[in-house]
Design a protein around this ligand. Structure first.
Ligand code: EPZ
Length: 421
């Protein structure tokens, strides 16, 4: 398993381009199962999770071919004849559950290994199942598999989600595109990645209204055709580099992303004392070599502060001026990076879903271990600002969601290298 070696103390400076969004590309790849015609996806990031979803689509009988030099994926689901997402793939990537809705909608059947929990929480899928049952699916759990059947097809339905769920919204809206009649989905997720998925589905011929609001209305159609789509930029990747620049008192410009997509993350960065400027398709942060000011964070579904940016801001607060409180309300166990940061001298007290942080002028490099994707990124940020060397083990977590992170950071002046161990 590879490790990163980071030598801290350097201010980041320079420019980089945002990659395509992992959390938009994954549901969009699953959505290609809805059509028997080929789809062309552009700005698909080169990530482990994308490779896993590609393998899953191919195991179902689709072909998914990445262009040798461009970030383009050509998917053809015309020959799909398998409807089972196996355990060995689902256990490596929970987002495999996103094939459930499309397979059910197009083929009337699907078997997906019941995704277990992960480091950040139990990650149930009860709401995915209840939404599909509302559309007439018969769903059972047999020998660790979710077995869903709709022999007479799906029926449009009214459904309200008890909890806002990104994946549950995605499975339900994909299923509803080919259900008979109209579906109204309430208390749905409003993330930009949902908007991007809906735009792709509409390009395939789906009839959907309300994306970005808490209610989606879908008029089912008999079939969907192929489409071409450019995946939106990754707002979490971009936010991670902006936080890294702020924590190291440096400056960075990120091309290919709009400030609107970053939303409240930009507001929070401004509160740290950063000078934020932006244009239609770029954002820039400059700390003017100043130490950031600590800021309180509470995670919430979009448009609230994104849980996927919480660990990165915890690292920023660990070296900021002043005290702060970080509250994680979306997942039940997503403060684990704090334990590793304490090994680097961070002053963080955890009580329940909250971390109380007293910023330190300096952290000390130390060997630490990544536990999940965003916690890994926060440990890289901590290593960038720590005195001395930090070794981060189990960085396969980070390769799931950050395209060439060491290369991008090296371009910004960081001293980081990958150690194949
Ligand atoms: C998506 O996960 C993202 N993953 C996550 O990003 C992100 O953290 C999360 O949304 C929240 O924004 C992808 O898009 C591939 P949820 P998802 O269903 O869909 C509860 C990353 O780092 N819930 O919105 O699995 C659940 O327990 C990853 O890129 C139910 O109770 O998240 C959680 O508390 C990590 N029942 C809350 O909803 C259900 O049936 C939000 O989870 C489903 C969810």
């Amino acid at each position: 398993m590879d490790s990163f070696i980071v030598c801290g103390g350097r201010r980041l400076h320079g420019e980089l381009s945002a990659s395509g969004s992992k959390n938009a590309a994954l549901p969009i790849m699953a959505a290609t199962l809805l059509s028997a015609e080929p789809c062309q996806l552009h700005r698909v990031p080169d990530l482990r999770d994308i490779a896993t979803m590609t393998t899953l689509l191919e195991s179902l009988g689709a072909t998914a071919t990445r262009h040798p030099t461009e970030a383009t994926l050509a998917v053809d689901s015309s020959a799909v004849e398998q409807f089972r997402a196996p355990y060995d793939l689902v256990k490596t990537m929970r987002a495999s559950i996103l094939v459930l809705g499309p397979l059910l909608a197009r083929f009337g059947q699907a078997e997906v290994s019941f995704p277990g929990g992960c480091a950040i929480g139990s990650r149930p899928v009860d709401l995915h199942i209840r939404a599909l049952e509302a559309m007439g699916a018969q769903v059972a759990v047999e020998s660790g598999y979710i077995v869903a059947k709709a022999p007479r097809g799906l029926q449009g339905a009214e459904f309200c989600f008890d909890t806002v769920t990104v994946g549950g919204t995605e499975n339900a809206v994909m299923a509803a595109t080919m259900a008979r009649g109209k579906s109204t989905l309430r208390n749905v997720a409003r993330e930009p990645e949902i908007v991007d998925l809906v735009q792709f589905l509409r390009a395939m011929g789906a009839r959907i209204e309300g994306e970005g609001t808490d209610m989606l209305q879908i008029e089912g159609v008999p079939a969907l055709h192929g489409a071409t789509h450019e995946v939106m930029p990754d707002r979490i990747e971009a936010g991670t580099y902006l936080v890294a620049a702020a924590a190291t008192r440096g400056e960075v410009k990120i091309e290919g992303i709009s400030p609107e997509v970053l939303g409240v993350v930009m507001d929070k960065l401004a509160l740290t004392g950063a000078e934020i400027t932006s244009g239609e398709n770029w954002v820039s942060l400059d700390m003017k070599a100043q130490r950031p000011t600590a800021i309180d964070i509470t995670t919430e579904p979009f448009p609230g502060f994104p849980t996927d940016m919480q660990a990165q801001f915890t690292a920023l607060n660990a070296v900021a001026q002043g005290q702060s409180v970080v509250v994680e309300t979306v997942f039940e166990n997503r403060l684990m990076q704090a334990h590793e940061m304490r090994r680097m001298g961070a002053e963080i007290d955890i009580a329940g879903d909250s971390a109380r942080i007293t910023g330190r002028e300096q952290l000390q490099g130390a060997p630490v271990m990544a536990s999940d994707l965003r916690a890994s990124a926060s440990l890289v940020i901590a290593g960038l600002v720590a005195e001395g060397e930090t070794r981060i083990d189990r960085i396969y977590h980070i390769d799931r969601g950050y395209e060439n992170i060491e290369g991008k950071l090296q371009c910004l002046g960081a001293d980081i290298r990958r150690l194949a161990t």
